[in-house]
Ligand binder design. Structure first.
Ligand SMILES: Cc1cc2nc3c(=O)[nH]c(=O)nc-3n(C[C@H](O)[C@H](O)[C@H](O)COP(=O)(O)OP(=O)(O)OC[C@H]3O[C@@H](n4cnc5c(N)ncnc54)[C@H](O)[C@@H]3O)c2cc1C
Length: 416
């Protein structure tokens, strides 16, 4: 049964993170927006140490002994992804760009969590708990393969003599790629094809660790929003990897099983992107209400719609969008925790939150007029930051296709 009551772990996490957001993120949010490519080390170090002290791989607090016993007794399901969603929502409320600089997490480690063997999890994820912060990233996108990732050209070939993989190709728009490869001893999970003719059936992911010869960052993007976060191009030139750096089976089956395994990462990460979008949207909505209140305008909740002012109706609509989207997100992460198949819920939560965050942050700027547009406030920044959630990890259009296929029972080839 899905429960809407916040667990003790969620409440503790939110309390801690609100302090981080208020004191370490908001005060420097404008600075890192103005100074793209500077790294918020103070925040990063703090988060790294906080996670270390909690003795966990992420900000999710380990349940205490009493809670563990209760979980066993009541057969309570895990809440890892639910807590992560609350965590990400709150950090993104603090600053969406800085949240993407949080060490340890990232798409790279999510891919290993989802598709790695127990040995690979141990080998790669244990790096995250060391003395220094470590970042991970995932590189799928290429100049001619974004939404249609079956067109991936980055090639992986096995050197039969040395039993090493040799990767060649160029990957673009990699979030946190610079931090993973140059600012820490991290890694990027790179999608490459074993056989371009095999399309999706030939695609596998490979772990490329920082310092691997032949792996070079060649470009840092200058972006519209989330400017605290780095987005880079990675060039692979005869980049040799140990045999065990492939995630999943090296056999090319006629089916797309291997590819589907890699895609499973998105079932857990898309709702988390939704959570980030909704954190930014909540920040905008709360700010507008506070600015209106300072100017003597209070929203009269509970009135019949026809008795409200247009402004009140707009604010109530923003609240409705935000809350309904959060419920979709909660359902999707709850299903991740239950290990239930959630392709549909995950795509729906992401596409809905991408839409809603874009609309709410735009509306916030519109309602406050010149104050919304001014760089004196963060509303214009949040409008820029929110949009990415409608683009990466599958655009709104692509997630609509994914959801539609699930609802109508079509395969990818039947509805594209
Ligand atoms: C800041 C930033 C960070 C990113 N981080 C990462 C990362 O960490 N790792 C990574 O691999 N990638 C990353 N990306 C890339 C991102 O995932 C892609 O840009 C996105 O998937 C879209 O792919 P594309 O750019 O090739 O656009 P295209 O696929 O060319 O799409 C262009 C437009 O056409 C639409 N479209 C495409 N196909 C269809 C269709 N069949 N039906 C309807 N509409 C369609 C799309 O929705 C979009 O509106 C990042 C991008 C940005 C901007």
């Amino acid at each position: 049964m899905i429960s809407f009551e916040k667990s003790k772990a969620v409440e503790q996490t939110q309390y801690l993170l609100k302090t981080v957001a208020d004191n370490m993120m908001r005060p420097v949010a404008r600075y890192f927006d103005d100074n793209e490519h500077e790294i918020p080390w103070e925040y990063i170090e703090f988060m790294h140490n906080a996670m270390k002290q909690m003795g966990s791989g992420s900000l999710v607090p380990e349940p205490d002994d009493k809670e563990k016993k209760e979980e066993k007794k009541d057969n309570k399901p895990r809440q890892t992804y639910q807590i992560m969603a609350h965590t990400i929502e709150m950090l993104s409320w603090g600053d969406g760009g800085m949240y993407l600089c949080t060490p340890r997490g990232g798409l790279g480690s999510a891919a290993i969590e989802t598709a790695g063997t127990p040995e690979q999890k141990k080998r790669f994820l244990s790096k995250l708990g060391g003395e220094k912060p470590v970042f991970t990233a995932m590189a799928i996108t290429e100049a001619e393969a974004g939404s249609d990732n079956s067109a991936i050209k980055c090639r992986a070939v096995l050197d039969e003599k040395t039993k090493e993989w040799i990767l060649n190709g160029e990957k673009i728009f990699i979030t946190a790629g610079n931090k993973a490869m140059l600012d820490s001893e991290g890694f990027i999970v790179v999608w490459a094809t074993l056989d371009p003719e095999a399309r999706r059936a030939g695609i596998r992911s490979f772990v490329v660790e920082a310092g691997t010869p032949g792996a070079k960052i060649t470009k840092m993007e200058e972006k519209h929003g989330i400017r605290a976060s780095d987005t880079v191009t990675l060039v692979l030139e005869d980049c040799r990897l140990p045999y065990d750096n492939i995630l999943g089976s090296p056999e090319i089956e006629r089916s797309t099983k291997g590819f589907k395994g890699a895609m499973q990462t998105f079932n857990v990460t898309r709702p988390l992107v939704a959570a980030s979008a909704l954190g930014i949207a909540r920040a905008s909505l709360e700010e507008v209400k506070a600015m209106l209140s300072e100017r003597g305008v209070e929203i009269r909740y509970g009135l019949p719609r026809q008795k409200m002012t247009n402004l009140e109706r707009e604010i109530v609509d923003m609240e409705r969008m935000l809350r309904s989207s959060w419920l979709l997100c909660l359902k999707a992460v709850w299903m991740s925790d239950q290990r239930k198949p959630n392709i549909l819920e995950s795509a729906m939560s992401k596409l809905h939150a991408g839409d809603v965050a874009t609309k709410i942050t735009h509306k916030a700027v519109e309602i406050m007029g010149p104050l919304g547009y001014s760089r004196e406030y963060l509303l214009e920044k949040w409008m820029r930051d929110a949009k990415i959630n409608d683009i990466f990890e599958g655009t709104g259009q692509i997630n609509r296709l994914v959801a539609a296929r699930q609802i109508l029972g079509y395969r990818g080839s039947q509805l594209r």
